[in-house]
Design a protein around this ligand. Structure first.
Ligand SMILES: CC(C)(COP(=O)(O)OP(=O)(O)OC[C@H]1O[C@@H](n2cnc3c(N)ncnc32)[C@H](O)[C@@H]1OP(=O)(O)O)[C@@H](O)C(=O)NCCC(=O)NCCS
Length: 338
C-alpha cells in the first residue's frame, strides 16, 4: 500500500513518551544467562533497556505518554475522536488497551481499538489515523505505539532476551495549515511469519499445561533471517515512499528507523546514503521496544531540537508479520492547526 490523500494537510501536533523506571544493563543480564556486555554491544549496539515492574501493564506506560501528547497538542481527552494503540502486548486480549485508555483519558467521544503489526505497528497506526482524519471520520486521532515485550520474552533464551525492552510513545494527529504527512508505504509478507512469532496463546494453540511447559508463549526468532529481511525492507520501503512523494534521500533532514539493532540501522543508512548526523539512534538506551520504538525516537529527536519546523522526517518500521512501513512528514510546529 502506498500513497497519500490529495490536497489535505495532516500532521503530528502533540508528542509524548514514557518508559518504565527500571534499567537493566547488559552486565545484569550476564548474571542471568550466558552472555556478556561485549557480545551484546558489538552485535546490537544495546547497552541497557527498560523493564516494566510486575504491576505495570501496557496501559500504564501508554497513559503518561498519551497525556503528554494531548498536553502538547493543547487538547484534552474529550476532543479526541479516535484512539489506536499499536501493540503485540495489550493489557489483555479484550477489552482493547485503546478502550481502557479512552476511559482513563476521558475520551468519551472516541472510537478506540488495538492494532497488531509487530514492530511496524506504530507506522501502520499512524497511517490509519491519517486516513481517518483525511476521510473526515475523525477530527483528531491519538495514536499510541507501545509494548511490554519483557512479558513475552523467554528469559532463558539469550538469542532473544537481550534484544528487547519496554516503552511507549504517543502522537496526536490532526489537520494543519502547513506541512504534514506527504505519504506512506506499508507492506506485509506473511510467508515470513514463522521467522518471528509467539506460537501459543492464540486460537491455534490455546494456553495449556503443555504449551506453558514447552515455553511456547514466548518470542521465537530466526535472528539471521530477520536481520536480512530488516536490512532489505528498511532500504526498499524508504526508497519507495521517497519516490512516491517526489523526494530524494538528500531532502531528508531526520531519519528515524526502527530501533532494533545498530548494525541494521547502519547498514540501511549506508545503502540509502543517509549521513550519520541525520540518523536518530536510541537503541543503545532502550533496546528494541517494538511498537514504542519510533515514537520514542521521535521524542528523543524533539528533545535534541532536531524536529525543527519544516524538517523532512523519514520514519521506517519493520517487524513481525513480516511487516514494514514508512511515513514521510514535513514536521509541523504547534499552533498551526486548522
Ligand atoms: C540476533 C542477532 C543480534 C544475532 O547476531 P549474529 O551476529 O547474527 O549472531 P549469530 O546468531 O550468528 O550467533 C553468533 C554466536 O553468538 C551466540 N549468541 C547468540 N546470542 C548470544 C548472546 N546474547 N550472548 C552471547 N552469545 C550469543 C550464538 O549462539 C552463536 O554462537 P555459535 O557461533 O557458537 O553458534 C542478529 O541476528 C539480529 O540482530 N537479528 C535481527 C533481530 C531483530 O532485530 N529482531 C527484531 C526485529 S523487529
Amino acid at each position: 500500500m502506498i500513497g497519500s490523500a490529495d490536497g489535505v494537510r495532516i500532521s503530528i501536533t502533540g508528542l509524548g513518551c514514557h518508559v518504565p523506571e527500571r534499567v537493566v544493563t547488559n552486565d545484569e543480564l550476564s548474571t542471568m544467562m550466558d552472555t556478556s556486555d561485549e557480545w551484546i554491544r558489538e552485535r546490537t549496539g544495546i547497552r541497557e533497556r527498560r523493564v516494566a515492574a510486575p504491576e505495570e501493564a501496557l496501559s500504564d506506560l501508554c497513559l503518561p505518554a498519551a497525556r503528554q501528547a494531548l498536553e502538547e497538542a493543547g487538547i484534552d481527552g474529550t476532543q479526541i475522536d479516535l484512539i489506536i494503540v499499536a501493540t503485540v502486548t495489550p493489557d489483555m486480549a479484550f477489552p482493547s488497551t485503546g478502550a481502557i485508555l479512552a476511559d482513563q483519558l476521558g475520551a468519551a467521544n472516541a472510537a478506540a481499538y488495538d492494532l497488531s503489526a509487530g514492530c511496524t505497528g506504530f507506522m501502520y497506526a499512524v497511517a490509519q489515523g491519517y486516513g481517518m482524519v483525511a476521510a473526515g471520520l475523525a477530527r483528531r486521532a491519538l495514536v499510541i505505539g507501545g509494548d511490554v515485550l519483557s512479558r513475552i520474552l523467554d528469559w532463558s533464551d539469550r538469542s532473544t532476551a537481550v534484544l528487547f525492552g519496554d516503552g511507549a510513545g504517543a502522537v496526536v494527529i490532526e489537520r494543519v495549515s502547513e506541512g504534514g504527512f506527504l505519504g506512506f508505504e506499508l507492506g506485509a509478507d506473511g510467508s515470513g511469519g514463522s521467522q518471528l512469532f509467539v506460537p501459543a496463546g492464540g486460537s491455534r494453540e490455546p494456553a495449556s499445561a503443555e504449551t506453558v511447559a514447552e515455553r511456547r508463549h514466548y518470542v521465537q526468532m530466526n535472528g539471521r533471517e530477520v536481520f536480512k529481511f530488516a536490512t532489505r525492507v528498511l532500504v526498499s520501503s524508504a526508497e519507495n515512499v521517497l519516490a512516491e512523494c517526489g523526494k530524494t534521500v538528500d531532502d531528508v533532514d531526520v531519519y528515524i528507523p526502527h530501533q532494533a539493532n545498530v548494525r541494521i540501522i547502519d547498514h540501511a543508512a549506508e545503502k540509502l546514503g543517509i549521513p550519520k548526523e541525520k540518523i536518530v539512534v536510541n537503541v543503545d538506551r532502550y533496546g528494541n521496544t517494538s511498537s514504542g520504538s519510533i515514537p520514542l525516537a521521535l521524542a528523543d529527536a524533539q528533545a535534541d531540537g532536531r524536529l525543527q519546523d519544516g524538517a523532512l522526517v523519514l520514519m521506517t518500521g519493520m517487524g513481525a508479520g513480516l511487516t514494514w512501513g514508512s511515513g514521510l512528514i514535513e514536521w509541523t510546529a504547534n499552533g498551526r492547526t486548522q
